[in-house]
Design a protein around this ligand. Structure first.
Ligand code: GUN
Length: 293
């Protein structure tokens, strides 16, 4: 079994990004600038956004964090989005999800200028990705493709089961893995809450990508010997022995699943760091106007 070290790979990619930022500066260009909008005080969202801002600092990007109270109206948030669209100093931005219940996330997403949509969530980018056109790829799926490629994991002709069908991870991941591309050409099954035999489907997979958001959902009896297991889950479970009162666990029961696998990602230190790094890569693309000119 090989542990896929997302932290180490992410450090390598960040070092390359930092070099490129230096070179841009020396050529007289401004450094890439990412903005993040955080609404409310969801602890997980706060932690993700902090990590995004910290990563910008690490590679020499500029970053702007816009924090708003849970009570912000949809109209006010739309105004912020429109301002960010207009602000020429900002290359790309994200609106951290989830949003409070009174705000329609689709409305916000549709208002984001696709040229600045470094999350890759806008229908323009999602559609372009699906058609195989240049697009900002959503960060988590992009990070997973990067890991599979770096570890020379064969995907062509393999059966890939994606657990979960979210717009952020499961759905785009299924599309990307099935595409005729370098890390792709899989036969993909997406399993979800209405799937009849989830365990049997997962058991048939050469590559399992778990993105369901339920602690230890994927257990050892669901894993074929030698499978590749990618764990997207970051779930907080109570743990009185920890100072902060919880620990982070994945969607996969790592302890019992790992011995059966050929490759597996840990939580933390697997997919998470690569997600943040992919967002930086998209921001660099935005600054260099690589997708839309
Ligand atoms: N919430 C969980 N993952 C993400 C992400 O990749 N982008 C945004 N904007 N919100 C998220």
């Amino acid at each position: 079994m090989t542990l896929i070290d997302g932290k180490k790979l992410s450090a390598l990619v960040k070092a390359d990004i930092a070099k490129e930022v230096e070179s841009l500066k020396q050529q007289g260009y401004k450094v890439p600038h990412l903005a993040a909008v955080l609404v409310g005080d969801n602890p997980a969202s706060q932690s993700y956004v902090r990590s995004k801002v910290r990563s910008c600092e690490e590679v020499g990007f500029e970053s702007t964090l816009i924090k708003k109270d849970q009570s912000i109206s949809e109209a006010e948030l739309l105004d912020i989005v429109r301002d960010l669209n207009e602000d020429v100093s900002i290359d790309g931005y994200i609106v951290q999800l989830p949003l409070p219940g009174h705000i329609d996330p689709d409305k916000i997403n549709l208002a984001i200028d696709p040229k600045k949509d470094v999350d890759g969530f806008h229908p323009m980018n999602f559609g372009r990705m699906t058609l195989g056109l240049p697009a900002y790829l959503p960060a988590t799926p992009q990070g997973i493709l990067h890991m599979l490629k770096h570890y020379s994991i064969e995907t062509s002709g393999k059966k890939c089961v994606v657990v979960g069908r979210s717009n952020i991870v499961g759905m785009p991941m299924g599309i990307l893995m099935s595409q005729k591309r370098d890390t792709g050409n899989c036969t993909v099954t997406i399993v979800h809450s209405r799937t009849k035999n989830v365990a049997d489907e997962i058991l048939s997979a050469d590559i399992v990508i778990a993105a369901i958001g339920r602690a230890h959902f994927v257990t050892a009896d669901m894993i074929k010997k030698g499978a590749v297991v990618i764990d997207v889950g970051i779930n907080r479970v109570d743990d009185a022995s920890r100072k902060r009162g919880y620990r982070l666990v994945g969607d996969v029961d790592f302890e019992h699943v790992a011995p059966k696998t050929s490759f597996i990602t840990p939580v933390p230190g697997g997919v998470g760091p690569m997600t943040v790094t992919s967002l930086l890569l998209n921001t660099l693309k935005a600054a260099k106007k690589e997708i839309y000119g």
